[in-house]
Design a protein around this ligand. Structure first.
Ligand SMILES: *Cc1c(COP(=O)(O)O)cnc(C)c1O
Length: 348
């Protein structure tokens, strides 16, 4: 990647010239104040009467320490990764003119966020065994392609791409490459964070919703070149992460937690399910997984889905997703939940 690459040049011109809204707390955040009479809040302390930090400085400090990413490269969203996905579409793509390129099958939100913003989506099917079609992704792009989206490990196929493949793609794409690492904690192939300094055209998406067990808090992150992180901060709603969430996430990230142990359990159970599901009646194939779910091909997926549902086990039916014919997506649960699943597959 050339050092002269500047993501700002790819942004919409109205974003490049945007003067962001300035909140009361933007204009003053210093010390020595005994009476905050600047933001028309209620003065009666009840724990949530004050506006939160619009820049999430304390939280970004903690995230920076844990993930090894500089504070000025961090964006934090209060509606999960979905907020970052929408912001990237709005920052880079002119509605009705620009387009994005993405793999298929993959996470459905990229396509919906593009459609909401009137952005053309060019989908490229994954190769054999769900491999990354680097050349096809590059040739699907034209001068109006601003973003190429790859999810690794990919949802719903479960496989991760190697850092070598992703580096090859990062070198070849026109525009920005967004890599969604929602499931990277479960993969041996590893994160692209160490390559960020080398590739200013790469944006990484991370979430606290999966391995870190905080889906309900709705906290998503993007790691990007400082110019991109700054644009995201300017375009987001000013107070996009509420105060209790900022405090709760800081607490959970800094206090002792079960992260490593929980990941080890999921990996052990993933292996057990992989082996055992394969021997059950009506199972055609269990796709290899680098994530916390398995894509399983059945002879009669719809019947199987109903059977599991009647037994109290809810899975995701992907039978009608292009590239996933016959497949159900099954999340790895606790050992007990997985036993229930396996027992139902035995009893059919
Ligand atoms: C679950 C998931 C996310 C996380 O979404 P949040 O909005 O952060 O909960 C992101 N990307 C993919 C591919 C996912 O499957």
């Amino acid at each position: 990647m050339t050092e002269t690459f500047d993501p700002t040049a790819l942004m919409r011109s109205n974003i490049r010239s945007l003067v962001p809204y300035s909140t009361a707390r933007d204009e003053f955040s210093g010390e020595g104040i005994t009476a905050w009479l600047d933001a028309n809040e209620s003065p009666f302390d009840n724990g949530v009467n004050r506006y939160p930090d619009p820049h999430q400085k304390a939280l970004k400090g903690v995230v920076s320490g844990i993930f090894g990413v500089p504070v000025n490269s961090i964006f934090i969203g209060g509606a999960g990764s979905d907020e970052a996905i929408d912001l990237l579409m709005r920052i880079f793509c002119v509605p009705g003119k620009d387009n994005i390129v993405t793999i298929s099958p993959t996470y459905g939100v990229y396509e919906v966020a593009a459609a909401i913003n009137d952005i053309e989506v060019r989908t490229v099917p994954l190769g054999k065994d769900f491999s990354l079609p680097v050349e096809a992704l590059v040739s699907a792009a034209d001068s109006n392609t601003k973003l190429t989206w790859v999810c690794s490990p990919n949802n719903p196929t479960g496989n991760a791409f190697t850092t070598a493949e992703l580096v090859e793609l990062a070198n070849a794409v026109k525009g920005m490459l967004v890599i969604d690492e929602a499931y990277v904690d479960f993969s041996e192939k590893g994160t692209m964070i160490p390559f960020m300094a080398e590739f200013p055209n790469v944006v990484l998406l991370r979430t606290l919703s999966k391995a870190r067990g905080m889906a309900s808090l709705r906290l998503g992150m993007a790691f990007a070149h400082p110019s991109v992180a700054l644009a995201m901060a300017m375009v987001k709603y000013p107070y996009n992460v509420n105060g209790p969430t900022q405090a709760e996430v800081i607490r959970r990230l800094t206090e002792e937690n079960d992260l490593e142990e929980n990941i080890a359990t999921i990996l052990r159970e993933r292996k057990r399910l992989e082996d055992e599901i394969l021997s059950k009646k009506g199972v055609k194939r269990v796709h290899p997984s680098d994530a916390n779910f398995l894509l399983v091909e059945f002879e009669n997926p719809d019947d199987m889905y109903e059977m599991l549902l009647n037994g109290g086990v809810l899975v995701r039916n992907r039978n009608r997703v292009p590239g996933c014919k016959g497949c159900l997506r099954i999340t790895v649960g606790t050992p007990e939940q997985n036993d229930t699943l396996l027992k139902l597959l035995d009893e059919q």
